[in-house]
Ligand binder design. Structure first.
Ligand SMILES: CC(C)(COP(=O)(O)OP(=O)(O)OC[C@H]1O[C@@H](n2cnc3c(N)ncnc32)[C@H](O)[C@@H]1OP(=O)(O)O)[C@@H](O)C(=O)NCCC(=O)NCCS
Length: 202
């Protein structure tokens, strides 16, 4: 059977934290050079950040809650793509986290007093061994479903100008440039610019 057909998307639980931290660390930090040496520190930081957010968003058992973690924090969800681990014998299925994404609410126009916060996607990552199989696309489509459930009209996310793979993914799914974020630091240090993308979902 095709491995991809076994992958499913669900709301993240605290038990997924190690898997999520591994996927995010592998996706956003190199294993080479100084980043390789600092890897345990980066991983711990990611783990603790995620733990705080997941604890605040206790999984909801309400019928029809879908992917949304619900409970404590409204308008926050962390999703995982999971693959059943072969050889599982216990009643509780063991799963490997192969991808993750968060969706929440963020103010995108901090300089405009009273500007309403928008639904914002962040921390999208897929484990290197599972890329180019549609995992990220599925996670983003699940985010759209959540945003519609919340009554949103648009979805926003940031991507770095030099992240060609992510930019192509977003473009294919209908995200378009909303604005280039002004940043003195990236101008001075010649760092890639942050692009704010938007997708209308209604
Ligand atoms: C970007 C990322 C999330 C894509 O995950 P993925 O599961 O491989 O993406 P998908 O399989 O859904 O890709 C869908 C489409 O996006 C584009 N795409 C994805 N990865 C690509 C790559 N490495 N090169 C070129 N195009 C790519 C392709 O058009 C692809 O369709 P195709 O495979 O039919 O050509 C993954 O590479 C990753 O985790 N990168 C590191 C973290 C990151 O950059 N996150 C985004 C932060 S903004």
């Amino acid at each position: 059977m095709n491995q991809l057909s076994l992958i499913r998307i669900r709301a993240a639980h605290l038990k997924d934290l190690h898997g999520i931290a591994d996927v995010l660390t592998d996706s956003f930090h190199s294993r080479e050079g100084w980043e390789g040496w600092m890897r345990p520190v980066f991983r711990l930081g990611i783990y603790e950040d995620m733990r705080t957010r997941l604890r605040e968003a206790k999984p909801s058992s309400a019928p029809g809650a879908g992917y949304v973690n619900g409970g404590g924090t409204p308008y926050y969800a962390c999703l995982v793509s999971v693959l059943p681990r072969s050889g599982t014998v216990s009643d509780v299925p063991e799963e490997t986290v192969v991808g993750t994404v968060e969706i929440g609410v963020r103010s995108l126009e901090l300089w405009i007093p009273g500007a309403s916060p928008q639904i914002y996607v962040s921390n999208l990552a897929v484990a290197p061994a599972y890329r180019r199989q549609g995992v990220a696309s599925q996670l983003l489509i699940a985010c759209e479903a959540i945003a519609r459930q919340w009554g949103a009209h648009d979805l926003y996310l940031h991507v770095l100008q030099d992240n060609r793979s992510a930019r192509r993914l977003y473009f294919n799914l209908g995200y378009r440039l909303h604005r280039v974020e002004p940043s003195l630091i990236s101008w001075v240090l010649r760092r890639p610019k942050r692009l704010l993308l938007r997708k209308p979902i209604k």
